[in-house]
Design a protein around this ligand. Structure first.
Ligand SMILES: *Cc1c(COP(=O)(O)O)cnc(C)c1O
Length: 378
């Protein structure tokens, strides 16, 4: 029985494609540049344990996640792997850092003092990365105050400074501002003169396009690209030849023909322009299908684009199947992936719903079964 015969809505995760992507990205990194694998939000909806296991096998250098709960899943799978917490650590989470040997991000003096006190009270060193806000306006110490904080950290012997980093706001859209941020960061590093083993990183998937091989950078933070999705169209990385890993599919639950003028779905935002054969698919926003796909996106059935008619509902979505002649109940409909000679990429899927691939991927809900295809099974 093929996998699809058991599900109403599922994603296939092609671990073979994932492994090939990792090897290609690793091969494209200059020698000595460390690969920090970003696996927050359940590895961008792909499933943390399965993805993390492959990353460990493929020899990435370390992991980064949003919070200590996510980190605990990785720690459970292997001692010793460095795990960076990207987000602020809330007071009640601080002891998790000690328990699971995690690396915290420091954005201000207060955080540093509290963690140093915690380290003292547990009589242990705590690993930290200093984050500098060079223009993102989110986490990190504002770059004009960064040197001060760096000096203060030196007087906290139980905080072990293992990295310094920044984050780009517009790596995919504004190369000039990205360069400004890079320059601010490099100027600070020149004054700080961190030891050579300190991890210096700035680039996410999009930043890699302008990765500066000659300077201080010795690590990159890769998220989206691992999953085979270029961070923006025309990215130079499109030539890194990554392949899509996730395929999002559902089934045809009902087929019927409705007369001209019929209003479709809640609120009748669409009226049939002619007598039309429609299919009701067994997935809706309860599965993470964006509501904004209503009257905007399409699905692939038998290698043909079938437009979404009217609003997406919680459990069902209605599509126009008048182009198809031999449709049957139970046939597969593809939201993201290939069907026949046609393909809908995660980027196209997201664009049709006026969102970004990052959001679209982590919105695929718990109700959707993840089916893993391991290389040996293909
Ligand atoms: C999520 C995240 C990344 C990964 O970004 P991608 O664009 O998915 O590669 C890198 N750095 C930080 C700080 C992040 O929060």
């Amino acid at each position: 029985m093929p996998d699809h015969a058991r599900y109403r809505c599922w994603v296939e995760i092609h671990l073979d494609a994932f492994e090939r992507n990792l090897k290609r990205i690793q091969a494209s990194l200059p020698k000595g540049v460390r690969y920090i694998a970003i696996v927050k939000a359940d590895a961008y909806g792909h499933g943390m344990p399965q993805i993390v296991r492959r990353l460990m096998q493929c020899g990435v250098d370390s992991f980064a996640v949003a919070n200590t709960r996510e980190a605990a899943v990785i720690r459970e799978m292997g001692a010793g792997w460095p795990i960076l917490i990207l987000g602020p650590v809330l007071p009640e989470e601080a002891t998790d850092l000690v328990r699971d040997d995690l690396t915290a991000t420091i954005s201000d003096l207060n955080e540093a003092k509290q963690l140093h006190a915690l380290a003292k009270s547990h009589n242990t060193d705590l690993k930290v990365h200093l984050k500098i806000d060079t223009g993102m306006g989110r986490l990190g110490v504002w770059h004009e105050q960064a040197l001060e904080l760096y000096q203060a950290l030196k007087s906290m012997p139980m905080l072990h400074l293992e990295g310094i980093y920044t984050h780009f706001s517009s790596a995919d859209s504004d190369p000039e501002f990205t360069e400004t941020q890079r320059r601010r960061f490099i100027e600070l590093l020149e004054q700080m003169q961190p030891p050579p083993d300190c991890n210096i990183h700035a680039d996410n998937s999009a930043g890699l396009d302008s990765f500066n091989r000659e300077s201080y950078f010795n690590a990159v933070r890769i998220g989206l690209l691992q999953f085979g999705i270029p961070p923006y169209p025309h990215s130079a990385l499109a030539s890194a030849k990554v392949e899509p890993v996730l395929h999002f599919k559902t089934r045809v639950g009902l087929i019927k023909t409705l007369p001209v003028g019929t209003g479709i779905s809640y609120g009748h935002t669409y009226h049939l322009k002619k007598e039309t054969s429609v299919a009701v698919l067994t997935a809706g926003y309860g599965d993470g299908l964006p509501y904004a796909l209503g009257n905007s996106g399409s699905v692939l059935i038998h290698g043909t684009h079938c437009p979404v008619l009217g609003r997406v509902t919680m459990d069902q979505t209605i599509v126009d199947v008048s182009e198809l002649s031999d449709l049957k109940i139970g046939d597969t409909a593809t939201f993201i992936g290939t069907s026949g000679t046609k393909q809908i990429s995660a980027s196209e899927f997201s664009a049709a719903a006026d969102t970004i691939p990052w959001e679209a991927l982590c919105s695929i809900s718990k109700r959707v079964t993840r089916v893993y295809r391991a290389p040996r099974e293909l």
